[in-house]
Design a protein around this ligand. Structure first.
Ligand code: ADP
Ligand code: ZN
Length: 733
C-alpha cells in the first residue's frame, strides 16, 4: 500500500505520511485523516514509496473527500512554489487557496436549490384547494408537473412566483432541496459561441494596438504593463481580450483590488458577457463564496472575477489573467501567517500556465515600471482619454498663503462655487475618517490618547464618541478635559468635519460622503455611488474610497485637501502612494465632455515630488523616485524581507529578533537592519518590532532565509512572541 504525503492546515513546516486507504487519493484532493484524537481535513501532496515513520506506526487515510483533485497539478505546483518563495509552511499555503467551508471539508460539487411539491402539495393540487390564490395555484401546478424548479425556472414563471413559493412552503405544500447543478457539462458550454453583447464603440488606435499585442501572445506567457491614464479605456481593452478568450473556449481570471469598490467594473463585465461568471471577494458569506469557488472548479464559470485570494481560484483552460489597478496595496496580504502578493503570484501563474497577463493601471508601481524597463514586461501605453474627454489641469494651492476655514482654502472654496454654478460635480478627497484626528485641552495641553496603542483617539462629533482606528477602542466624547476640567477642542480635519464645513458653505447643495464609517456594506456603497451618478449629490467627500475607478462624467473639479501626509514619512513607499493617490483623484475629474480641474492643497509647494509630478506627470515623478530608490538600494533595486514580532512587552519582541539575528552569521550579500521597534510600537496592547533582511541579490536572500528561518523558529524566545516573515513587504511600520 503506497504512502501518501498529506498537508494539514498547521504552521508546522512539514507534511504528514499516511497509508492510502480505500480508493485512489489524487494529489490535490482532500482527505480526512486521523490526527491525535481528532480527524482533520488534509490535502494530498503526492504518493511516496517510503516513509521515515515505521510502517506499523503509519495510520490510514480515513476518508476520501474528493474523487477528483480540487487543486489541479498546475495549481498545486504554483502553491508549492509560493510556499518556498514566501518561506511559509506548505499546509497553510495550500489551505489558503480554498474557501473556508472547503477547508472544513464541504463538498466541492456544485449544488443548486430546487423547490418540489410535497405529498400534501400534490394532494392539494389534485383537490384544487387554492381557488382564491391563483398565483400559488399556478406555481403549485408547475411544481407538480416538474421534478423540481430552480430559481432560474422560477424567474421564468414570471412576477410573484417567488412570493407564491414562500407561501406554499409555509403551507407545507412545497419544500426546497439541494440538487446537482445543471450545466455541469462545461465543455459543451465552452464550445458554444461566446454570448457577447455587441461592443458599443470602435477601439482607439492605441486600444486596438494593445489588444492585438496581448492577444497576439496567446498560448504563451507574456506580461504586459497596460499603462493607461484614467479614462483611457483600459477596461474596454480587458473586455475585448476576454471576448476573444471566451470565443476560443478558454477562461479568464480577472483580479481587482476590492470588488466592493468597483461595482461598475463588475457591472460592465456582466453587461457585456452573458456567460456564467464567478465573483470571489471577502464580503461574500461563506456559502456564497463556496458556491462561486465550485462554479470555478466545475468549469461552469467562464470568467472568474475576484480580489486578492482569487489568484488561487481553480480554473481549467485558463487563457488570460488580468490585474486591474496592479499598483493597489490590497493585492498584498500583509496580515496573518501567509503574506503574499497576489500580483506577483499571478505573474508566476501566467508564466506556468503559458498565458498572457495584463497589468493595468494609470499609476504603475515602481516595481512594475522597473520590470518594464528591464524588458520583463512589455509596456503598452494609452496616453489619451477615450472618447472626447481631455486630461484635467492640476494646480497646487499654497496653504501658507491662504486664509483657511476648517482646512479649506479660499481658492478651493471659490473654485467649488464656480464649478457648482456651472452644473459640475465636485469631489473632495481627504485621507482621514472621523471628525478630527485629535482632541486637545485648550488649557493644560492634554491630548486624548488610546490606552492600548501609541495613537491618538479620533473625534466623532455627531456620535459624540472617541475612537481608536487601530484597536477599535470606543469611549464617550468628554465635554471637559479629564485632567484639568477646562474646555477641550477638536483639532484638525476628518471627512465628517469637512462634510459639515461644506454643508455650511454650500447650504443649497446636496452632499454625499464616502468612507468606512458611513458605508460598511456593499449595498450602502452602491447607494452612495448611485446618488452621485444620478447627479442628485453634487459634492462627494471621502477617503481613498473615492479614488477607486468610479466613472462620474459630471465631476469637473477634484480637490486633494492635504497632500502633506505622504511627503514626510518613515516609510520609503509613502511618496509613491501619495503620487498614485493624487493621479487617481485627478483621474476622477473631467471624464465627460467638459475638461476637469484638480486642486492640491499643500504647505510644501516646492517639494521636489510635487514639482516633478505637476511638471512631468506620473512618469516624471516615477523617474525621480526610481533614482532615489536606486541610490538607497531600496526595492525594486534591492530585495527585502521583514521578520516581524509582537509580544506583551517590547523587550520580548526585540529580544526574539535580536536572538534571531545572532543565531546565524549572515553572508556578505545580506544586510540585516534592526531589530527596531515599529513606528507605532504599541498596538492593541501588543508591542511590535521588526528586523529587516536586505540584499541586492534575490537568490542569495532566499538561500539565507531558507537556512536562517528554521534556526530562528527553534529559539526558545520564538515561543514567547507572535512572529511572521514578510517577503517583499509593502509597508514598513
Ligand atoms: P479606464 O478603465 O482606463 O479608466 P474605461 O475603460 O473605463 O477607462 O473608459 C473610460 C470611458 O471611455 C468609459 O465611459 C468607456 O465606456 C469609454 N470608452 C472606452 N473606450 C472607448 C472608445 N474606444 N471609444 C469611445 N469611448 C470609449
Ligand atoms: Zn487603540
Amino acid at each position: 500500500m503506497p504512502v501518501m504525503r498529506v498537508a494539514l492546515d498547521t504552521p508546522l513546516r512539514r507534511t504528514f505520511d499516511y497509508l492510502a486507504g480505500e480508493g485512489v487519493a489524487h494529489p490535490g484532493a482532500r482527505v480526512r485523516v486521523p490526527f491525535g484524537r481528532r480527524q482533520l481535513v488534509g490535502i494530498v501532496l503526492e504518493a511516496a514509496a517510503t516513509s521515515d515513520v515505521p510502517r506499523e506506526k503509519l495510520k490510514r487515510i480515513a476518508e476520501l473527500i474528493d474523487p477528483e483533485p480540487v487543486l489541479d497539478a498546475e495549481l498545486l505546483a504554483l502553491l508549492r512554489w509560493a510556499a518556498e518563495y514566501y518561506h511559509h509552511p506548505i499546509g497553510e499555503v495550500l489551505f489558503a487557496a480554498l474557501p473556508k467551508l472547503a477547508r472544513e471539508g464541504a463538498t466541492s460539487r456544485a449544488l443548486r436549490e430546487v423547490w418540489v411539491a410535497t405529498t400534501d402539495g400534490v394532494a392539494a393540487h389534485e383537490s384544487d384547494g387554492l381557488q382564491r390564490a391563483p398565483r400559488q395555484r399556478e406555481v403549485l401546478a408547475a411544481l407538480v408537473a416538474s421534478d423540481g424548479l430552480d430559481s432560474e425556472a422560477l424567474v421564468a414563471l414570471g412576477g410573484g412566483a417567488r412570493d407564491a413559493i414562500h407561501a406554499l412552503v409555509k403551507r407545507g405544500w412545497a419544500a426546497s432541496q439541494s440538487a446537482p447543478a445543471t450545466g455541469a457539462d462545461p465543455e459543451s458550454t465552452a464550445r458554444a459561441a461566446a454570448p457577447v453583447t455587441a461592443s458599443p464603440f470602435t477601439l482607439t488606435a492605441e486600444q486596438a494596438a494593445a489588444v492585438d499585442a496581448i492577444d497576439g501572445g496567446r498560448g504563451r506567457f507574456g506580461a504586459f504593463l497596460l499603462h493607461g491614464i484614467t479614462g483611457s479605456g483600459k477596461t474596454e481593452v480587458y473586455l475585448r481580450l476576454v471576448e476573444r478568450v471566451l470565443a476560443r473556449g478558454e477562461r479568464a481570471l480577472v483580479l481587482v483590488p476590492e470588488i466592493g469598490l468597483t461595482p461598475q467594473l463588475v457591472g460592465r463585465f456582466a453587461a457585456r458577457f452573458s456567460v456564467p461568471m464567478a465573483t470571489l471577494h471577502s464580503a461574500l458569506t461563506g456559502t456564497a463564496r463556496l458556491a462561486a469557488w465550485r462554479d470555478a472548479l466545475s468549469g461552469r464559470a467562464r470568467i472568474v472575477l475576484g480580489t486578492r485570494s482569487a489568484v488561487f481560484a481553480p480554473l481549467s483552460q485558463l487563457g488570460l489573467i488580468v490585474i486591474d489597478e496592479e499598483h493597489d496595496a490590497s493585492f498584498k496580504q500583509h496580515e496573518g501567517g501567509f503574506r503574499y502578493s497576489a500580483r506577483d503570484i499571478a505573474v508566476m501563474r501566467a508564466q506556468r500556465a503559458g498565458v498572457p497577463i495584463v497589468l493595468g493601471t494609470a499609476t504603475p508601481s515602481l516595481e512594475s515600471l522597473h520590470n518594464a524597463q528591464l524588458g520583463r514586461y512589455a509596456r503598452l501605453a494609452l496616453p489619451r482619454r477615450a472618447g472626447e474627454a481631455l486630461p484635467p489641469r492640476l494646480a497646487l494651492v499654497d496653504l501658507r498663503a491662504e486664509a483657511l476655514r476648517n482646512g479649506l482654502s479660499t481658492t478651493v472654496a471659490e473654485a467649488m462655487r464656480r464649478h457648482l454654478a456651472e452644473r459640475g460635480q465636485v469631489l473632495v478627497f481627504l485621507n482621514r475618517r472621523g471628525y478630527a484626528p485629535t482632541l486637545a485641552c485648550t488649557s493644560c495641553g492634554w491630548i486624548a490618547g488610546c490606552t492600548a496603542c501609541d495613537a491618538r483617539l479620533t473625534v466623532y462629533a455627531r456620535a459624540a464618541r472617541l475612537k481608536c482606528h487601530h484597536c477599535g477602542a470606543d469611549a464617550p466624547l468628554p465635554a471637559r478635559c479629564p485632567q484639568c476640567g477646562y474646555e477641550v477642542r477638536a483639532v484638525g480635519q476628518g471627512t465628517e468635519r469637512v462634510e459639515e464645513t461644506l454643508a455650511t458653505l454650500f447650504p443649497e447643495t446636496t452632499l454625499a460622503r464616502l468612507d468606512r464609517d458611513v458605508v460598511r456594506r456593499d449595498e450602502e456603497l452602491h447607494a452612495v455611488l448611485a446618488r452621485v451618478a444620478s447627479g442628485e449629490a453634487r459634492i462627494l467627500v471621502g477617503t481613498q474610497m473615492v479614488t477607486k475607478g468610479h466613472d462620474f462624467p459630471e465631476v469637473t473639479l477634484a480637490v486633494v485637501l492635504n497632500a502633506d501626509h505622504g511627503l514626510f514619512s518613515t516609510d520609503f513607499r509613502a511618496a509613491e502612494r501619495l503620487a498614485q493617490t493624487i493621479v487617481q483623484v485627478a483621474g476622477r475629474s473631467g471624464r465627460g465632455t467638459r475638461p476637469g480641474e484638480v486642486l492640491i492643497q499643500t504647505e510644501y509647494p516646492e517639494h521636489p515630488l510635487l514639482v516633478s509630478l505637476l511638471a512631468r506627470g506620473y512618469e516624471g515623478f516615477a523617474e525621480t523616485a526610481l533614482a532615489e530608490r536606486q541610490a538607497a538600494g531600496w526595492p525594486p533595486y534591492g530585495r527585502l524581507a521583514a521578520l516581524r514580532a509582537s509580544a506583551l512587552t517590547l523587550h520580548e519582541a526585540v529580544e526574539f529578533l535580536g536572538e534571531a539575528r545572532r543565531s546565524m552569521a549572515a553572508p556578505r550579500a545580506i544586510k540585516l537592519l534592526g531589530p527596531a521597534p515599529a513606528a507605532m510600537a504599541r498596538r492593541a496592547d501588543r508591542f511590535h518590532a521588526q528586523l529587516l533582511v536586505e540584499s541586492s541579490d534575490r537568490a542569495a536572500l532566499h538561500r539565507f532565509l531558507d537556512a536562517w528561518l528554521p534556526q530562528a523558529e527553534s529559539l526558545p524566545s520564538a515561543r514567547r512572541v507572535r512572529w511572521a516573515l514578510d517577503v517583499d513587504p509593502l509597508e514598513l511600520f
